[in-house]
Ligand binder design. Structure first.
Ligand SMILES: [Zn+2]
Length: 195
C-alpha cells in the first residue's frame, strides 16, 4: 500500500468515514494542512465540496461553511488549524470573526494556523521572528528542530534536534530559511529553538 493510501486509511478510521469539516460521506480525500510533515496528523479528510471551495476561494459559499462552527472544536489539531484558516478567509461575513474570537489554539497550533494565512498586514510582516520559546531570532543564528520534519521534494526527514546554522530571516516573521542536509529549505519558526 502506498504511503498516501496508508494516510487515507488512518483518516477514514479517525473520521468515521466523514468529511472532517462538513461530515459529508462521499468523495473523501486527504488534504495536507501546509506546511505539513506529510503525516496523517497534519492532514484532514475532506469531501469534494469542501476541497473545491478551499482550492478556489472565489467560489466559497459562506452557508456551506457554517459547519466550521462544529469543526473548530474538533479534537484533531489539523482540523482546528484548517477551520481557523477558513474562518479567517470568511471573516468579512461577520459570524466567522465572532467564532475566531471564541477559538483557542495552543501557541504552536496558532503559529501553524497563521503560517498558512496569506496577506500579512504590514504590522505583522514587521514583527520579529520568534522561535518556539518566544525568543527573537536574528539573521545568522543557529537553531535546532523541535520536531521531525518531512522535507517534500528532497525525500528526507530532518530529525528533531537537527542543528541548522546561519539561518536567514524572510519577509514573513513565521518562516526562516536554513540549510538542512545541504538543501536550503523554509522552516516554520515555531518548530525551532534557538541554539
Ligand atoms: Zn466537506
Amino acid at each position: 500500500m502506498s504511503l498516501e493510501n496508508n494516510i487515507k486509511q488512518t483518516l477514514l478510521t479517525r473520521s468515521d468515514q466523514q468529511c472532517e469539516l462538513c461530515r459529508a460521506t462521499e468523495n473523501l480525500s486527504v488534504f495536507a494542512v501546509e506546511p505539513s510533515n506529510g503525516t496523517a496528523e497534519q492532514a484532514v479528510l475532506i469531501c469534494q465540496t469542501c476541497k473545491s471551495q478551499i482550492e478556489t476561494p472565489s467560489t466559497m459559499d459562506p452557508n456551506h461553511w457554517r459547519c466550521l462552527n462544529d469543526s473548530m472544536w474538533h479534537p484533531e489539531l489539523a482540523v482546528q488549524v484548517l477551520s481557523y484558516r477558513l474562518l479567517h478567509a470568511l471573516r468579512s461575513e461577520g459570524w466567522p470573526q465572532d467564532l475566531l474570537e471564541l477559538m483557542y489554539l495552543e501557541d504552536e497550533a496558532k503559529a501553524w494556523a497563521e503560517s498558512g494565512l496569506e496577506d500579512l498586514t504590514e504590522e505583522e510582516s514587521n514583527a520579529p521572528t520568534k522561535d518556539s520559546n518566544g525568543a527573537t531570532l536574528q539573521e545568522g543564528d543557529s537553531v535546532t528542530l523541535i520536531k521531525d520534519l518531512v522535507v517534500k521534494g528532497a525525500n528526507f526527514t530532518a530529525k528533531r534536534g537537527t542543528l541548522v546554522k546561519n539561518i536567514h530571516l524572510t519577509d514573513n516573521p513565521l518562516h526562516i530559511e536554513g540549510k538542512v542536509n545541504g538543501t536550503q529549505i523554509v522552516l516554520v519558526a515555531a518548530f525551532l529553538k534557538k541554539a
